[in-house]
Design a binder for this molecule. Structure first.
Ligand SMILES: [Zn+2]
Length: 81
């Protein structure tokens, strides 16, 4: 089973594994989004399948555990809204 980890991201050590995409079984990837000033970075997880592109809601990285939170949302596979 392919289980990409988040522990390479931002040097953070998290043990949460990303499950395959709930829609297509593809790989979920953590992405970072910046505004025009390069500040206020938001994070989200998006399916790597270009035909799917399911995403979690955008979460801002003010919270230290936002990557962990996103992984939990992704893995829960419900209420993507
Ligand atoms: Zn997918």
């Amino acid at each position: 089973m392919h289980k990409p980890k988040l522990d390479h991201f931002m040097g953070k050590d998290t043990t949460t594994d990303l499950l395959p995409c709930a829609n297509c079984g593809g790989e979920g990837l953590l992405h970072q989004q910046k505004n025009n000033e390069g500040l206020g970075c938001g994070l989200f997880i998006e399916c790597s399948n270009p035909l799917c592109r399911m995403t979690t809601p955008l979460k801002f990285s003010l919270m230290d555990d936002v990557a962990q939170l996103l992984a939990e949302i992704w893995n829960r596979r419900t209420d993507y809204e």
